[in-house]
Design a protein around this ligand. Sequence first.
Ligand code: SF4
Length: 254
Amino acid sequence: MSLTQSLRILGRALRNYIIEKPLVVSFEVTHSCTCNCLHCVMGGIKEEKDLLEPAGYTALVSSLRPCVVQVSGGEPLLRPEVVDIVKAIKKYHNGLIHVILVTNGSLLNKENYAELKEAGVDRFFVSLDFPNEKHDEFRRHPGLYAHLHEIILRLAAESGYDDIALNSAITRLNLPYLIDLTNKAEEWGVSISYSTYGLFVRKIKTSLFTPKKTWKCYSSKYFIETRYIIFLFLIVIIPLIKQDCLWEDYVNGL
Ligand code: SF4
């Protein structure tokens, strides 16, 4: 992406901020996945019906007008139409939109990388939680680490683009490996970003904090204030529901 294009996207970001439109939109194009990670509730292959067709993404993007779109899942490469979805997103505003593909990399190869790149993916985020075969245990996908080692090294060396980044979800289990993960990214010739699921985790065993530490945070003064607000909200809403009082009735009655 040229400097002019980047500046135009930045300009749109500023305008979206002012008119309260989203800067970033994330599309989960499938909930089916080739992995079954310990920290996720979306693992495994699922039968899915009525998924949004590529044209539907053009309509959504035209209405939301984001600056950045993230295509994720599940595993987005399981969608046979993923290339068309990226093209449909890029149709908006002459392609002036930054498209990120988030993948576990299990289905990534030289051919689909080139096709997606051609369709308009600006950056590929490939998940890596451990700098060795422990990654296979965590993702419950034997052979995944070896595949990533081979394909990422190859793409980074041959493609000539600097468009691949590793994405590591920080959990209690991989905390001791964070520096090694950075070294691994350097070895493979790509960059790295870290993310975390924070306190409101879905799987406590892999959360960043132990249950005891999580409770300590929940009972801190900020969380206590939040709980008061939720409590107040409930004591207003529950009586309204009990009286069958809908929001429209309430507004019409004003
Ligand atoms: S690869 Fe992603 S979507 Fe699939 S199970 Fe793991 S975290 Fe969930």
